[in-house]
Design a protein around this ligand. Structure first.
Ligand SMILES: NC(=O)c1ccc[n+]([C@@H]2O[C@H](COP(=O)([O-])OP(=O)(O)OC[C@H]3O[C@@H](n4cnc5c(N)ncnc54)[C@H](O)[C@@H]3O)[C@@H](O)[C@H]2O)c1
Length: 182
Protein backbone atom coordinates (compact mmCIF):
# COMPACT_ATOMS: atom_id res chain seq x y z
CA UNK A 1 0.00 0.00 0.00
CA UNK A 2 1.96 3.00 -1.27
CA UNK A 3 -0.60 5.64 -0.23
CA UNK A 4 -1.93 4.27 3.03
CA UNK A 5 -3.87 6.95 4.96
CA UNK A 6 -3.00 9.67 2.43
CA UNK A 7 -5.82 12.04 1.49
CA UNK A 8 -6.06 13.02 -2.19
CA UNK A 9 -8.13 15.68 -3.96
CA UNK A 10 -8.77 14.89 -7.63
CA UNK A 11 -10.43 17.64 -9.67
CA UNK A 12 -12.56 16.44 -12.58
CA UNK A 13 -12.59 12.95 -11.10
CA UNK A 14 -16.14 12.08 -12.13
CA UNK A 15 -14.92 10.31 -15.27
CA UNK A 16 -12.09 9.70 -17.72
CA UNK A 17 -8.51 10.01 -16.50
CA UNK A 18 -9.49 11.51 -13.13
CA UNK A 19 -11.63 8.49 -12.31
CA UNK A 20 -8.78 6.17 -13.32
CA UNK A 21 -6.39 8.04 -11.02
CA UNK A 22 -8.95 7.87 -8.21
CA UNK A 23 -9.26 4.11 -8.59
CA UNK A 24 -5.50 3.58 -8.68
CA UNK A 25 -5.03 5.71 -5.57
CA UNK A 26 -7.85 4.03 -3.64
CA UNK A 27 -6.30 0.65 -4.37
CA UNK A 28 -3.08 1.92 -2.80
CA UNK A 29 -4.88 2.93 0.41
CA UNK A 30 -5.58 6.64 -0.20
CA UNK A 31 -8.80 8.38 0.78
CA UNK A 32 -10.06 10.24 -2.27
CA UNK A 33 -12.06 13.44 -2.64
CA UNK A 34 -13.48 13.93 -6.12
CA UNK A 35 -14.41 17.45 -7.20
CA UNK A 36 -16.55 17.78 -10.31
CA UNK A 37 -19.18 19.97 -11.90
CA UNK A 38 -21.06 16.95 -13.27
CA UNK A 39 -23.47 15.74 -10.58
CA UNK A 40 -24.78 12.61 -12.34
CA UNK A 41 -21.34 11.37 -13.39
CA UNK A 42 -19.95 12.20 -9.95
CA UNK A 43 -22.63 10.24 -8.12
CA UNK A 44 -22.33 7.28 -10.46
CA UNK A 45 -18.54 7.29 -10.06
CA UNK A 46 -18.94 7.35 -6.29
CA UNK A 47 -20.98 4.15 -6.51
CA UNK A 48 -18.21 2.51 -8.58
CA UNK A 49 -15.40 3.65 -6.32
CA UNK A 50 -16.72 3.05 -2.79
CA UNK A 51 -15.83 -0.64 -2.98
CA UNK A 52 -12.16 0.30 -3.32
CA UNK A 53 -11.96 2.62 -0.28
CA UNK A 54 -13.10 5.85 1.33
CA UNK A 55 -14.36 8.50 -1.06
CA UNK A 56 -16.13 11.83 -0.87
CA UNK A 57 -17.75 13.81 -3.69
CA UNK A 58 -17.73 17.61 -3.82
CA UNK A 59 -20.07 19.07 -6.44
CA UNK A 60 -18.38 22.35 -7.33
CA UNK A 61 -17.32 24.39 -10.33
CA UNK A 62 -13.57 24.89 -9.89
CA UNK A 63 -13.58 27.91 -12.21
CA UNK A 64 -15.11 29.97 -9.38
CA UNK A 65 -12.10 31.16 -7.35
CA UNK A 66 -13.77 31.09 -3.92
CA UNK A 67 -14.53 27.40 -4.38
CA UNK A 68 -10.85 26.52 -3.95
CA UNK A 69 -10.80 27.36 -0.24
CA UNK A 70 -14.18 25.65 0.23
CA UNK A 71 -12.83 22.48 -1.43
CA UNK A 72 -9.75 22.46 0.81
CA UNK A 73 -11.90 23.06 3.91
CA UNK A 74 -14.46 20.38 3.04
CA UNK A 75 -11.63 17.88 2.47
CA UNK A 76 -10.15 18.62 5.89
CA UNK A 77 -13.59 18.49 7.51
CA UNK A 78 -14.22 15.10 5.89
CA UNK A 79 -10.89 13.30 6.21
CA UNK A 80 -9.01 15.45 8.73
CA UNK A 81 -6.10 16.49 6.49
CA UNK A 82 -4.85 16.63 2.91
CA UNK A 83 -1.72 15.23 1.24
CA UNK A 84 -2.15 14.97 -2.52
CA UNK A 85 -3.62 17.33 -5.12
CA UNK A 86 -4.31 16.09 -8.67
CA UNK A 87 -5.18 19.07 -10.88
CA UNK A 88 -6.86 16.94 -13.52
CA UNK A 89 -10.01 18.88 -14.52
CA UNK A 90 -9.79 20.96 -17.65
CA UNK A 91 -12.39 22.08 -20.18
CA UNK A 92 -11.40 23.20 -23.67
CA UNK A 93 -12.76 23.57 -27.19
CA UNK A 94 -10.64 21.95 -29.89
CA UNK A 95 -10.48 24.50 -32.71
CA UNK A 96 -7.94 25.67 -35.30
CA UNK A 97 -5.81 28.35 -33.68
CA UNK A 98 -7.00 31.08 -36.07
CA UNK A 99 -10.61 30.47 -34.99
CA UNK A 100 -9.86 30.37 -31.28
CA UNK A 101 -11.56 33.30 -29.55
CA UNK A 102 -11.07 35.03 -26.21
CA UNK A 103 -14.00 33.06 -24.82
CA UNK A 104 -12.24 29.78 -25.74
CA UNK A 105 -9.02 30.83 -23.99
CA UNK A 106 -11.05 31.97 -20.96
CA UNK A 107 -12.70 28.55 -20.69
CA UNK A 108 -9.32 26.81 -20.84
CA UNK A 109 -7.57 29.10 -18.33
CA UNK A 110 -10.56 29.32 -15.98
CA UNK A 111 -10.87 25.53 -15.67
CA UNK A 112 -7.18 24.62 -15.97
CA UNK A 113 -4.57 27.19 -15.05
CA UNK A 114 -6.36 29.39 -12.48
CA UNK A 115 -8.00 26.66 -10.36
CA UNK A 116 -4.64 24.86 -10.30
CA UNK A 117 -2.94 27.98 -8.94
CA UNK A 118 -5.77 28.70 -6.48
CA UNK A 119 -5.78 25.20 -5.06
CA UNK A 120 -1.97 25.05 -4.84
CA UNK A 121 -1.79 28.40 -3.02
CA UNK A 122 -3.91 27.21 -0.09
CA UNK A 123 -2.13 27.75 3.23
CA UNK A 124 -2.48 24.09 4.14
CA UNK A 125 -0.02 23.07 1.38
CA UNK A 126 2.59 25.62 2.41
CA UNK A 127 2.79 24.01 5.84
CA UNK A 128 2.96 20.54 4.35
CA UNK A 129 5.07 20.81 1.17
CA UNK A 130 7.09 24.02 1.34
CA UNK A 131 8.98 23.34 -1.91
CA UNK A 132 7.17 20.50 -3.57
CA UNK A 133 5.10 20.81 -6.71
CA UNK A 134 4.32 17.86 -8.94
CA UNK A 135 2.50 17.72 -12.23
CA UNK A 136 1.34 15.23 -14.84
CA UNK A 137 0.36 15.17 -18.50
CA UNK A 138 -0.91 12.36 -20.73
CA UNK A 139 -1.36 11.48 -24.49
CA UNK A 140 -0.09 8.47 -27.28
CA UNK A 141 2.76 6.72 -29.63
CA UNK A 142 3.83 3.50 -27.93
CA UNK A 143 1.22 2.29 -30.41
CA UNK A 144 -1.71 2.32 -28.02
CA UNK A 145 -3.92 4.65 -25.98
CA UNK A 146 -2.92 5.09 -22.38
CA UNK A 147 -5.12 3.40 -19.81
CA UNK A 148 -6.49 5.85 -17.20
CA UNK A 149 -5.90 3.50 -14.28
CA UNK A 150 -3.00 1.26 -15.35
CA UNK A 151 -0.86 3.91 -17.07
CA UNK A 152 -1.83 7.35 -15.77
CA UNK A 153 -3.08 6.20 -12.38
CA UNK A 154 0.10 4.27 -11.55
CA UNK A 155 2.30 7.21 -12.52
CA UNK A 156 0.19 9.46 -10.28
CA UNK A 157 0.51 6.94 -7.44
CA UNK A 158 4.29 6.91 -7.89
CA UNK A 159 4.51 10.73 -7.87
CA UNK A 160 2.34 10.84 -4.76
CA UNK A 161 4.24 8.16 -2.88
CA UNK A 162 7.42 8.13 -0.80
CA UNK A 163 9.18 6.40 -3.76
CA UNK A 164 9.32 9.78 -5.55
CA UNK A 165 10.25 11.89 -2.53
CA UNK A 166 13.38 13.29 -4.24
CA UNK A 167 11.51 14.31 -7.41
CA UNK A 168 10.12 17.84 -7.38
CA UNK A 169 9.08 20.53 -9.87
CA UNK A 170 9.07 18.11 -12.81
CA UNK A 171 6.64 17.61 -15.67
CA UNK A 172 6.49 13.87 -16.23
CA UNK A 173 5.25 13.00 -19.73
CA UNK A 174 3.00 9.97 -19.28
CA UNK A 175 2.15 10.05 -22.97
CA UNK A 176 3.54 6.91 -24.61
CA UNK A 177 6.19 9.10 -26.27
CA UNK A 178 3.89 11.68 -27.89
CA UNK A 179 5.73 14.81 -26.85
CA UNK A 180 9.40 15.07 -27.88
CA UNK A 181 11.41 17.41 -25.70
CA UNK A 182 14.53 18.89 -27.34
N1 LIG B 1 -7.88 12.24 -22.71
C1 LIG B 1 -6.70 12.52 -23.27
O1 LIG B 1 -6.24 11.89 -24.24
C2 LIG B 1 -5.83 13.64 -22.70
C3 LIG B 1 -4.63 13.95 -23.33
C4 LIG B 1 -3.82 14.95 -22.80
C5 LIG B 1 -4.22 15.63 -21.65
N2 LIG B 1 -5.39 15.32 -21.06
C6 LIG B 1 -5.77 16.06 -19.85
O2 LIG B 1 -6.13 15.14 -18.81
C7 LIG B 1 -7.19 15.69 -18.03
C8 LIG B 1 -8.40 14.76 -18.00
O3 LIG B 1 -8.78 14.44 -19.33
P1 LIG B 1 -10.08 13.57 -19.64
O4 LIG B 1 -9.98 13.15 -21.05
O5 LIG B 1 -10.30 12.53 -18.59
O6 LIG B 1 -11.19 14.71 -19.55
P2 LIG B 1 -12.76 14.57 -19.37
O7 LIG B 1 -13.35 15.68 -20.15
O8 LIG B 1 -13.23 13.18 -19.62
O9 LIG B 1 -12.91 14.84 -17.80
C9 LIG B 1 -12.75 16.12 -17.27
C10 LIG B 1 -13.62 16.22 -16.02
O10 LIG B 1 -13.49 17.55 -15.53
C11 LIG B 1 -14.76 17.98 -15.15
N3 LIG B 1 -14.82 19.44 -15.22
C12 LIG B 1 -14.78 20.21 -16.33
N4 LIG B 1 -14.90 21.50 -15.99
C13 LIG B 1 -15.02 21.54 -14.63
C14 LIG B 1 -15.20 22.58 -13.70
N5 LIG B 1 -15.27 23.86 -14.10
N6 LIG B 1 -15.28 22.27 -12.39
C15 LIG B 1 -15.21 20.98 -11.97
N7 LIG B 1 -15.05 19.95 -12.82
C16 LIG B 1 -14.96 20.23 -14.14
C17 LIG B 1 -15.72 17.35 -16.15
O11 LIG B 1 -17.06 17.33 -15.66
C18 LIG B 1 -15.11 15.97 -16.31
O12 LIG B 1 -15.64 15.04 -15.37
C19 LIG B 1 -7.51 17.06 -18.65
O13 LIG B 1 -6.77 18.05 -17.96
C20 LIG B 1 -7.00 16.93 -20.07
O14 LIG B 1 -6.68 18.19 -20.61
C21 LIG B 1 -6.22 14.34 -21.57
Amino acid sequence: MQLENKVAIITGGAGGIGKGIAKAMLKEGAKVVIVDINKDAGQSTMKDLTKFGKTHFILKDISIAEHSTEIIQETIDTFGKLDILINNAHASRQKPFQNTLRDDFDLSFNTGFYPTVNLMQAEEWKQKHPEQYQSMISGIPLGRMGDPEQDIGKAAVFLSSANSSYITGQTIMVDGGTVKLT
